[in-house]
Design a protein around this ligand. Structure first.
Ligand SMILES: Cc1cc2nc3c(=O)[nH]c(=O)nc-3n(C[C@H](O)[C@H](O)[C@H](O)COP(=O)(O)OP(=O)(O)OC[C@H]3O[C@@H](n4cnc5c(N)ncnc54)[C@H](O)[C@@H]3O)c2cc1C
Length: 413
């Protein structure tokens, strides 16, 4: 078949790669001048099954409410005139029961673990250099009480096979000596040794090059305007460069998927949640992080990609606005500098903001919807790099009419 993939983020590119592996002809449509130039560019790069907890938890309604009145660095919930914000928030609140949070977290963990295994197959098959670090991820806490709660919380993923190691502050410094000067600020942490990190844009661009080498087409600088139907299927995709026809179509436009799905009357509950990142050159600093970490108190994530450190933070409801100003980064920069004072050349930081494509239950949308040849692979939220590889394989399986390797119960609407 000729399959048209709408969107050249990590989800679109991994999907095209898996479809090509199945023998399909693939065309990716991407509005930017290169792939992985939007959300898949500046994320923390964490392949983190150990971070599969959904945001829609029983604690979330109070956190949202508080952030309306108190200035919070991690979460910025703002009321706006956008009706989609209210319909999405209502659906999100409906997912915040303890039972649903547990169920959704375990579904997400199932997908994330599978996805990491698919990533490992891809790495074994393709020589891709993307500054991979396989020393795990350290989730650390600043008080004993918070650590105890975190460990209790983590038991859910442990019961689902996640390997965890609870570390005291000495063990943390032994794991990553670059945290030595911040030792007294850390009570302890959870090390997930099987989690890993790597530069998502570097990976996506290298994989896209493989797709092209094998005859795939990537039409960059091509903006999709709408999907056009004929009978019960998609007839073509209209772009600013003309119409594109295929036998099947995959919608992988991240936060923009609902806007294009709407052109064929499909309503998708995906809302953009803005995040910020800094990419900082290590320069000649002697003690850059050697293990990725998440400061669970400040909700700041820190990864090392070769000669760069990537720091991410903040969940902000700002619609499709991706603008940023230096003040947006002051807190996360301060936290990182406090933890790793000799970790990077903090004066040379590249600033970025992007949109997490969040669904209310934090699970992506898969499979056919209304039109027989339109498949969804979108809405991967805050761990889309983690879930992309498995989601791509699942989408290729669904298009082939094959049963995916993991149970799709609860994952396929
Ligand atoms: C601050 C931050 C930190 C994160 N950290 C992590 C992490 O550590 N680990 C992890 O797993 N995930 C992380 N994520 C989430 C992850 O980045 C996303 O889930 C993932 O990148 C989504 O990929 P995507 O391909 O669906 O979307 P995108 O990367 O946004 O790709 C969609 C593509 O569609 C294109 N497009 C949109 N509209 C059109 C149109 N009309 N015509 C043509 N092209 C169009 C866009 O240009 C874009 O390239 C983070 C996200 C943020 C914001």
């Amino acid at each position: 078949m000729r399959v048209i993939v709408l969107g050249g983020g990590v989800v679109g590119v991994t999907t095209a790669y898996q479809l090509q592996k199945d023998g399909h002809e693939v065309v990716i449509l991407e509005r930017q001048q290169q792939v992985a130039a939007e959300t898949s560019w500046g994320n923390a790069g964490m392949i983190a099954p150990g971070h599969s907890f959904v945001w829609s938890s029983p604690r979330a309604p109070m956190i949202l409410l508080k952030s309306l009145v108190l200035k919070d660095q991690a979460l910025r919930f703002k009321l706006s005139a956008d009706p989609r914000l209210y319909s999405w928030s209502w659906l999100f609140l409906m997912e915040c029961t303890a039972e649903k949070a547990r169920r959704n977290t375990l579904l997400k963990h199932r997908l994330a673990v599978y996805s990491q295994s698919v990533l490992q197959e891809v790495i074994a098959d393709e020589a891709i250099e993307y500054d991979r670090n396989d020393r795990g991820i350290l989730y650390f806490y600043r008080s004993q009480q918070a650590l105890d709660k975190g460990v209790e919380h983590m038991r859910l993923l442990e019961s689902d096979g996640q390997l965890i190691k609870v570390l005291d502050r000495d063990a943390i410094v032994a794991l990553d000596p670059s945290l030595a000067s911040a030792k007294e600020k850390i009570a302890g942490g959870i090390h997930c040794p099987t989690d890993e990190t790597g530069d998502p844009a570097k990976f996506t661009r290298a994989l896209a090059a493989k797709v092209v080498e094998r005859g795939g087409e990537i039409r960059t600088g091509t903006t999709i305007i709408r999907i056009e139907t004929s009978g019960d299927g998609v007839a073509q995709v209209l772009t600013d460069k003309g119409a594109v026809k295929g036998d099947a179509y995959v919608l992988a436009l991240g936060s923009y998927s609902p806007l294009i799905a709407k052109t064929v009357g499909i309503s998708l509950p995906i809302y953009p949640i803005k995040g910020y990142s800094l990419t900082i050159s290590v320069g000649n600093r002697p003690a850059p992080p050697t293990v990725a970490s998440v400061d669970e108190h400040n909700l700041v994530a820190i990864s090392r990609f070769g000669d760069r450190v990537r720091v991410t933070a903040t969940a902000e409801f700002a619609g499709y606005d991706t603008s940023h100003k230096p003040a947006d980064f002051a807190f996360m920069k301060g936290v990182t500098e406090e933890l790793y004072p000799e970790g990077a050349d903090y004066d040379r930081a590249e600033m970025w903001a992007g949109l997490r494509p969040m669904t209310p239950n934090n699970l992506p949308e898969f499979g056919q919807r209304r039109l027989r040849n339109l498949y969804l692979n979108t809405g991967h939220g805050h761990i889309g790099w983690t879930m992309s590889h498995g989601s791509a394989r699942i989408t290729a399986d669904l298009i082939a009419g094959r049963k995916p390797a993991i149970s799709m119960d609860g994952l396929l609407n």
